[in-house]
Design a protein around this ligand. Sequence first.
Ligand SMILES: C[S@@+](CC[C@H](N)C(=O)[O-])C[C@H]1O[C@@H](n2cnc3c(N)ncnc32)[C@H](O)[C@@H]1O
Length: 322
Amino acid sequence: MKAAVSSVIENQLQNNEFLGDVLEGLGRKRKTLPCKYLYDEVGSRLFEEICDSQDYYLTRNEADIFTTYRDEIAQKFGPETLLIEPGAGNCEKVEELLDAMDSPRGYCPIDISPEILLEAEKRIKKSLPEVQVWSEVGDFSQSEVWNKLIHVSSRKKVIFFPGSTIGNFEPLEAERLLKLFASNLGAGDGLLIGTDLVKDSVILERAYNDSDHVTERFNLNLLQRINVELGANFDLSLFAHRAFYHPLRQRVEMHLVCLKNHSISIADTCIDFTEGETIHTENSHKYSIAGFKSLLTRSGFESVCFWQDPAKTYVIHYAQAI
Ligand SMILES: C[S@@+](CC[C@H](N)C(=O)[O-])C[C@H]1O[C@@H](n2cnc3c(N)ncnc32)[C@H](O)[C@@H]1O
């Protein structure tokens, strides 16, 4: 009974934070919503579909790098390393790596989306029964979730951050996040991180406007989530998905464009939308190799090496905490 009551309170607290963030973002002159809310259960499943799509080259090319260099990467870690994966999602990329590692100490996936994480934990425990798994549901950009992992002792830690998730953060936020990662590592511990390279805008825009319209559904699902969890009354047919490359900011921006003047309400707050205005829902920053190395240096890491796919579209960096 006690556990049921505390989970009700936890849900209410999370909903309060969600509501606060939504009202704050939609109350701005340029409306915005934090991209972490794209990942409810439906959003996480849609993201899996995006990763499988032909147009979204990032996942495929990153997976190629892991398959080609997994032994070399695992050797960099050394034996008895604890792998921590913030934003692990379905934890698909880690199994190959854990399998190549010498006596891994264990694996700690962290994700904001509980359903997908718990399903992945079950799968890993079955396929790699010798690996200990401690998963945590929470926001990896907040220290609270990292504090929950303090009890897991290890000879060496490596933070594994694939999927170009770092690209979702504006450069200053990315620096703050990498500093938070560094503060949870000791000198010589590692960071294995995937970043998408700056490239032709046609390829980039195709990746975020896939021909099966899965990214469109992923983007619109955020409004549906707000309707379901916060009792809002968005009419999804009054918004359209738009994703484009912004060359000066070196990022793909994802927006929901309002198609007609109208108002909606969320928890007694009325919000007006005018035709043509947008809700900015996600950024995906692209980096050059040198640009990302410099971000690593500013954030408390020393770049050790990097690997690329044959077409040089994507990079996996390995760095050590100083
Ligand atoms: C771009 S996906 C990458 C998933 C997976 N790591 C991969 O490489 O395919 C981002 C993942 O991070 C999670 N996520 C996004 N923001 C988060 C946050 N602030 N805290 C925890 N998880 C977050 C999402 O639920 C999602 O699973």
